[in-house]
Design a protein. Sequence first.
Lengths: 231, 410
Amino acid sequence: MNEHLIEVQELTKVYGAGPAAVHALDGVNLIIDEGEFVAIMGASGSGKSTVMNILGCLDRPTDGQYWLGGEDVSKLNKAQLADIRNRQIGFVFQSYNLLARSSALKNVMLPLMYSRRERRSASEREKLAREALEAVGLGDRTDHRPNEMSGGEQQRVAIARALVNEPLLILADEPTGNLDTSSSQEVVDILRGLHERGRTIIMITHEPDLGAQAERIVTLIDGRVVDGEEG
Amino acid sequence: MNLWQTGQVAWEGIAVNKVRSLLTMLGIIIGVAAVIIMMGVSAGTEATIAERIAGLGSNLIMVSRGFGGGGGGPGGHGFESEGLNYEDTLSIGEQVSGINGVVAEQIAMSQIVRADSSTIETDVVGAMPDFPQVRGVKLADGRFFSQQDLDRKAKVAVLGHTTAQELFGDADPIGQSITVGNVRLTVVGVMDEKGLVGETDYDQRIYVPLTVAFDRFTMSRRFGDRVMTVYVQAESPDTIESAITEIDALLRRRHELTAMDQADFTIYTQGDIIETQEATTGAFRSLLAWVAGVSLLVGGIGIMNIMLVSVTERTREIGIRQAVGAAPSDIRLQFLVEALVLSLVGGLIGVGVGVGGSWLFGRTSDMRTVVVWSSIVLAFCSAAAVGIFFGFFPANRASQLDPIEALRHE
Ligand SMILES: Nc1ncnc2c1ncn2[C@@H]1O[C@H](COP(=O)(O)OP(=O)(O)O)[C@@H](O)[C@H]1O
Ligand SMILES: [Mg+2]
């Protein structure tokens, strides 16, 4: 069981109670191994984001098990979950979620600021952040603020932020949802490059063209995985 | 994040909304400044009064004519109290033991004073031989009056330091003649500098024998040889008690009062004045504490209010920080430090305003102000405590936000 990076069993998520309850997830099973590049696809409202948030330790399931790197995540407290988000997971959101008042560099440095394991000096943090920005092709935009950048550039800053702490897992929830076709392809290219260098990538997308570039497609319908449960 | 980084983040949060931050700090600024200014005024007043009391002389017992009725009973003095007179003063000097000296004074009204070359207007004070000793004003040159001068009503005068210079410049005043009002007097002595004690300028005076003052420089003949206050100097602090007892007995005898009658005089010491003073400033102090406390409370509520608004406005930022690994304790610390920085900066500005205000207040009013260091420390620490106390609730609320809900917040 422990050889899998992610193992999820009978995951359910219910919003609300009684007759009005929404079963966003209805018994999801999923296995993802280290180094995979997985696309999650499905209609709007099928529960993709809900799964992703649970995988990213941002949310907790109503029921079911989730092992991340062999660890039972449902037993962890808020501070421990924060530490996992910091060390093991890089999140990329559809709406970028950058700090509007901070430069690209400051945004990318943010995860390093909250590292509890490794205490890096200010110059070390800056160096790592610059390297991450260079890796997404934004080495010359470090001092720009989000409102001074295009959507594609902002999303690349967000990717730099997701990878700066060298997490095992990068989760991207419709990272191209707000981008035009060419920017979208750039973002997917970067994710593929990261995958080639050994990162595990899970990406939600609506677009079959982009989904097809992953190694495996997991399809969700009405809160259930109907295809691609296991690699 | 370490505290320094948290402080930087907090500072950025404050700097974004400068006007709002300043308005938030206003309560703290006013509270802290109020503490410093009011403590400064009260300390200044206390210092002035302490100086004034010390300036009266040392080991003093003061006897004043009593308030109101006096002896009342059969054989008494009726409703119109005679109070104290020159004879009372002399008999205290003769009969009470354990004392260095006794003086009564009459502050006469101001008079035109002429010397050969100059004319000034100044206060003429009737005094007795023990004046320099009892009132702690030293003689610079010549001599003071003797009892003989008083008995013979000698036409002599002793000049205050400034008066001597105004009348005679560098020339030696001893033996010179001056005309005070319409009385010719011979200068026999000059007093040393004493300066201002309270509002009384000892250097701007002319002293004449008390008996001469009674005869020639009195507001009204009706006053006769009555005096307002008799100053008695005890030999040492230890003899004050016994001297008071003797004075009381002596004056009762002289005024034909029994031990049961209400005295037509009041005896008190410098210690009594200080005690009365302390009771007043004590009341003033507790009023101060209330004002400061209420200001700081209002300031603290202001900080809490703005921090709650800030937490709501920045919910998404909180979500982002949580998503990249900020633990509840990190978020709590960030907002707590932000509240603390707000109150400390407010406190610092308040200290500036308070010190500047004290100085300005001292300059522009006749009240004296003193900057009390302990009040600065106290005010500053209270500001910090207010920041932490009122910052905790908003900070805790921020730390408990759910990451997903925070990220969805628009
Ligand atoms: N906070 C919430 N409260 C109530 N219902 C929710 C909430 N979040 C998601 N849902 C519901 O759960 C279902 C799955 O949502 P989501 O995972 O966002 O779908 P997807 O990302 O696939 O579009 C939807 O029906 C949605 O309305
Ligand atoms: Mg979604």
